[in-house]
Write a protein that binds this ligand. Sequence first.
Ligand code: C5P
Length: 235
Amino acid sequence: MEKPVFVALDLDDEEKLNRILPKLGAPQETYLKIGMELFYNSGSQVVKKLVAQGYKIFLDLKLHDIPNTVYNGAKQLAGLGVYCITVHALGGSQMIGAAKDGLIAGTPNNQSVPKLLAVTELTSISDTILKYEQNCSLEMTDQVISLAKTAKKARADGVICSPLEVTKLRQEVGNDFLYVTPGIRPEGSANDDQVRTTTPKKAKELGASAIVVGRPITLASDPQAAYQAIKKEFN
Ligand code: C5P
């Protein structure tokens, strides 16, 4: 089966969305990552519309609250028919499990349960923040592994991680788990604000289950051709 390449649509209104969509190709073959800016601006209606058109949606809202609230939130999101959603692994095993239960409870009978992905430590968290603000005694890699193990035990389907962490995570957490990685740049494209990037080919070699790519596709002169090329390289 083809491994997903999610196009990160970091935009905040439907007008911008409607400008980019026709440039990406057939909805049935297109995976989109929608974030909180579009969701907060245009609501769940826009997600429903995209799902109805055939797009596969990664709804990246990074839930993090008490288990009961996350259960109810995830239950609502499950009704949208999205492909996957995210929670913060730092919310703990009970919260992650509640998200899973909410997804199961909210998924209509004829649909598949959206996949549950956990964000471990955000890439914006430095070693200093980890140590002095989160008061974490583990090194970053060990903390990421520990959170991924917690997420797996709590029945998440995978984690969001750096492509450079996948090999280690596969060894420590297992192959029966999804490793979804942003920070991807095809050979020769601008790094933008990403620091440690990897090509789609390298991400595949490192064992990524799916990749997230934004600007190299959305800002390309021919987004559809850029998307197809990245899909081909990754698969
Ligand atoms: O445009 P670009 O390819 O850099 O977009 C990457 C996407 O992945 C953005 O939506 C960004 O917020 C997200 N992301 C990331 N690094 C993480 C987690 C998410 O770049 N660690």
